[in-house]
Design a protein around this ligand. Structure first.
Ligand code: ZN
Length: 411
């Protein structure tokens, strides 16, 4: 096949013998067929469907079919302190692009059809997004922040996935620089974190003026803003300035959670990052970082529970590469299991991985649920994910844009 000219990127098919998981209503519809035409769901009908223009008919053997998952905290170029991180840091542009393309393919094959990247190196995320959109590379739909904006010496500094800025003017310029490169959203590092040697999780890092300049500039250009954030007082200040989403939220209080709920600020809790010892060991992460991470776990869990209590919208985000094999499944599914075990009911957990992130990203007209007119991005598994996210461990069928990218019946 020639690589020049249009590549096939939209499929048609009829899917039969399945249970459709309605994430909006939190119920299953049995005895239906899904007809997919040119990448979108053309019909959902009773029985076996009327068939689509001679396109393949797939019998899913009674599987449960749910929308493709959306992971809101991803880094395809993640490099933590340690031996593996150093190897990634040392990659040249070509090596990095290939490494990220491999991660994108694995991510899609594990059922994640859309990701939100929140700090990537070398602006390779934009090239990767173009390659996926044009069908040259297999991967999820990408919404990306480009480089994250940090203060000098702030969280994530010293790696190519952040841009250091100081003062309101530089933060406004930082926002515009990412938008010029193609950013769909903006990521700010407003406090310290786990992976920074010279900071703690509670170190405030941006001034009010810097946050205000970044958030107002992004909003003026129609981009939402999310922030890596730990301590409650810093988060309260940013939320009051219009912040749209909080990453991690290691040390939330009931007060700041109520403020977030009232302002509609979402939380991507990334619970797995304070419970990831095996992952850290695999990457050769140094002891100081492991201690800080695992030591923050209990407070992190309390924060998450306070957010649920206050009615904050919570969204799936793994931080670890979403496909990473971890505790018998992938990082993304393990994160959903933690979200469920710590108090989110099963239907809400599934919404946190589908329709809720689609809505935050502004693509809920196309993604996040299985409805006529939406993209045919879907996954299938033998058990019902409305009984609990562990059903996703056995996910064995993935379709994106109407094209089957993984089929457990043959692979
Ligand atoms: Zn992260």
């Amino acid at each position: 096949m020639s690589v020049i000219g249009p590549l096939p990127s939209k499929g048609s098919a009829t899917l039969q013998n399945l249970h459709l998981v309605d994430v909006v209503e939190g119920r299953v519809r049995s005895g239906v067929a899904i007809e997919v035409r040119d990448g979108r769901i053309a019909a959902i009908s009773s029985g076996s469907g009327s068939g689509v223009d001679g396109a393949p008919v797939l019998d899913l053997g009674g599987a449960y079919v749910a929308p493709g998952l959306i992971n809101m905290h991803t880094h395809f170029s993640l490099s933590l302190p340690g031996a593996v991180g150093a190897e990634i840091e040392a990659m040249d542009a070509a090596g990095l692009a290939l490494y990220m393309a491999d991660g994108a393919r694995r991510t899609l094959h594990n059922g994640i059809t859309t990701v939100r990247c929140v700090a990537e190196k070398g602006h390779a995320d934009f090239a990767l997004r173009r390659a996926i959109e044009s069908g040259r590379v297999e991967g999820p739909r990408i919404h990306t922040a480009g480089r994250a904006l940090a203060c000098t010496g702030g969280h994530g500094h010293g790696s190519d996935d952040t841009m250091e800025c100081d003062g309101a003017d530089e933060f406004a310029r930082g926002v515009r620089t990412q938008i010029r490169a193609g950013a769909d959203l903006i990521k700010l590092m407003i406090s310290g974190g786990i992976a920074g040697e010279h900071e703690t999780i509670t170190t405030p890092q941006l001034t009010g003026e810097e946050m205000a300049a970044a958030i107002s500039t992004a909003h003026a250009w129609g981009r939402k803003v999310t922030a890596h954030a730990g301590p409650a007082d810093v988060i309260a200040q940013a939320v009051a300035l219009g912040l749209d989403c909080v990453e991690h939220g290691y040390e939330l209080t009931p007060e700041v959670c109520r403020l977030m709920a009232a302002r509609g600020t979402a939380l991507v809790p990334t619970l797995i990052v304070t419970r990831a010892q095996a992952f850290f060991d695999e990457l050769g992460v140094p002891a100081w970082m492991q201690e800080r991470s695992l030591g923050a776990g209990e407070r992190h869990r309390q924060s998450y529970r306070a957010a649920l209590e206050a009615g904050v919208e919570v969204l799936l985000g793994s931080d670890m590469p979403p496909f990473w094999p971890f505790e018998g499944t992938t990082a993304a599914v393990r994160e959903l299991e933690h979200m469920h075990a710590d108090g989110l009911d099963a239907a809400a957990t599934l919404r946190a991985a589908t329709i809720a992130p689609a809505s935050w990203l502004g693509v809920d007209g196309d993604a996040g649920s299985l409805e006529v007119g939406k993209w045919a991005d879907l996954v299938a598994m033998p058990q019902n994910p409305l009984d609990g996210p562990s059903a996703l461990r056995d996910l064995d069928f993935v379709m994106k844009d109407g094209i089957v990218v993984r089929d457990g019946r043959t692979s």
